[in-house]
Design a protein around this ligand. Structure first.
Ligand code: C2E
Ligand code: CA
Ligand code: CA
Length: 505
């Protein structure tokens, strides 16, 4: 495992990975659902068009049947046949009239009998079908005329547009097209090819001179999807969320697993850095800092893994392990420590969510009963503890036990005076970034002066961390800072070395 992995997977990054993975899956699923939906709607429409052709062919079959029945009567006088024509019409479904015509003259009609009046001959589609928005018999209604040629004669069979529209209406918004005109389910006759948005599907009858048309557009597609693919959409969403959660967990579990392993293997080790008195002459305490002794990567600095440990909740057992190491390493030699020796531990805000910290501190203090020490919990100002019933109870308990609270990295966050009082803070640790710039910039000096001033007004002890030069030490000492900590006095070292470096007995 490469060390960059420890810093590369923060909570936000894991969230981003999970969102990207879930989002991608959702996108793929949606594309698939849309494609399948489109195919489904397409074949459903084709099917409806086929059905329409079947039903309309049946209507035209009736017209054809009438024409065939009338055929032997051609050439006879109309008077004797008129009633026969009417009988044929009446006994055949779907047709409304039949006429024998020659050269535009109505030789005999089931409606008008014999009429010499020339009919207005219009072009029949393929010489067979003619769609009219009205005619003499029904000026307000459309009619479709089927024509059958018999030598110089024609048999014209009339079909009500209304009946055809009814058939179309049963199958949705299909249009019947005859020649250059169309008939729709609302009995409207219009010019074919008038602009329609969407994809046009069309099937021609193989037996009669007409075709049926339909259109798929965005509105129809949307309605279809809502009716047919809503469940699939919900399933895809659920699946993507599930996948996202799995990804989120898996990215966690890899690191979680590695941190767990390291914790079990005892790879997290306590280092101690000395804290000096206000003159910088005597070690009065030490800050416990965590180190990861990785078997392959060597020593890993805490800022690489602490944020991950906090995210995964492992920071609590890790801190507890550090407390155990210090307790067992230093406790037996407690009597050799200077009186009221300070042990500072860095505590994550998540450790303050319950009262287990009280037990941890109690155990720690008990180990030093021979020569009581001052236990300090450092809470960073960048991640403030939320005041609520539990945290208030926790801090009350800690105060009762004599545990002190320090605000770490002071000056970099937003703790208010109310916050300092609420949690009965004892120490402020001036952030090392201000200390580092003491010699160089006036603003940092100004901030240090202000923190010193604030601490004295609130009666808080002050610790300066990151003291590296004598100049910084002199400046801080001149302002009466209570404790000094930094490379000038000592690096963080393993517990065993601390006795030697701090020149403790
Ligand atoms: P911090 O609590 O502000 O700790 C002080 C850091 O400054 C330590 O870095 C220390 O080694 C470093 N330091 C000490 N003296 C000097 C100096 O003179 N100059 C400079 N430039 N640096 C100095 P370290 O040990 O790498 O720790 C980094 C951070 O990791 C700590 O900052 C703390 O926030 C976190 N951390 C370390 N151990 C623990 C732990 O056990 N629990 C928790 N929650 N956080 C920890
Ligand atoms: Ca600290
Ligand atoms: Ca600090």
């Amino acid at each position: 495992m490469h060390s960059s992995q420890f810093k590369s997977r923060s909570l936000t990054q894991r969230l981003a990975i999970a969102l990207a993975a879930g989002g991608l899956l959702l996108l793929l699923c949606l594309c698939l659902i849309l494609w399948l939906g489109w195919q489904g709607l397409h074949s459903q429409t084709q099917e409806r068009l086929q059905q329409a052709v079947q039903k309309l062919d049946l209507v035209f079959d009736h017209a054809q049947q009438v024409a065939i029945e009338v055929e032997p009567l051609i050439g006879n006088a109309c008077g004797s046949q008129e009633s026969l024509l009417r009988k044929i019409v009446a006994s055949t479904p779907d047709v409304r009239s039949v006429t024998i015509e020659a050269d535009g003259a109505l030789l005999c009609s089931s409606v008008y009998g014999h009429r010499e009046k020339l009919v207005n001959i219009q072009p029949y589609a393929e010489g067979q079908l003619l769609l009219q928005s009205n005619n003499l018999l029904t000026p307000d209604q459309s009619v479709l005329i089927y024509r059958r040629h018999v030598g110089n004669y024609s048999v014209l069979v009339g079909i009500n547009g209304h009946d055809l529209s009814y058939v179309l209406g049963l199958l949705g918004e299909i249009r019947l097209q005859v020649g250059g005109l169309t008939l729709d389910a609302q009995e409207r006759v219009r010019k074919a090819g008038s602009r329609v948005e969407g994809q046009r599907l069309s099937i021609a009858s193989t037996r009669y001179a007409y075709r049926v048309n339909d259109v798929i557009n965005a509105t129809i597609f949307r309605t279809y999807m809502l009716e047919h693919a809503l469940l699939e959409g919900i399933l895809a969403l659920a699946l993507s969320i599930f996948f996202g959660v799995v990804c989120f967990r898996r990215t966690k579990s890899g690191l979680h697993h590695e941190l767990c392993r390291a914790l079990d293997a005892g790879e997290f080790v306590a280092y101690l850095q000395p804290m000096m008195n206000r003159e910088g002459t005597q070690v009065t305490g030490g800050e416990v800092l965590m180190r990861w002794m990785h078997p392959e990567l060597g020593l890993i600095r805490p800022d690489r893994f602490i944020p991950l440990a906090e995210d995964s909740g492992l920071i609590v057992p890790m801190t507890r392990e550090l407390m155990r190491q210090v307790r067992e390493g230093m406790g037996p030699r407690a009597a050799a420590l200077p009186p009221h020796f300070h042990f500072s531990f860095n505590i994550a805000a998540s450790h303050c969510c319950d009262l287990s910290l009280v037990e941890d501190c109690r155990d720690f203090l008990a180990a030093f009963s021979a020569n009581p020490v001052n236990l300090v919990l450092e809470l960073t100002e960048r991640e403030l503890v939320v005041p609520n019933e539990t945290t208030m109870k926790l801090f009350d308990e800690l105060e009762r036990m004599g545990v002190s609270i320090a605000i770490d990295d002071f000056g970099t966050g937003h703790s208010s005076l109310v916050y300092l009082q609420q949690f009965k803070v004892d120490f402020l640790k001036i952030d090392q970034s201000f200390v580092a710039r003491i010699g160089s910039d006036a603003l940092s000096r100004h901030i240090v002066d202000n923190v010193v001033d604030l601490a004295s007004r609130l009666d808080l002890s002050l610790v300066a961390e990151g003291v590296e030069t004598q100049e910084q030490a002199d400046y801080l000492m001149a302002r009466g800072v209570d404790f000094l900590q930094g490379y000038l006095y000592g690096n963080p070292v393993p517990l065993a070395d601390f006795w030697l470096e701090a020149k403790l007995p």
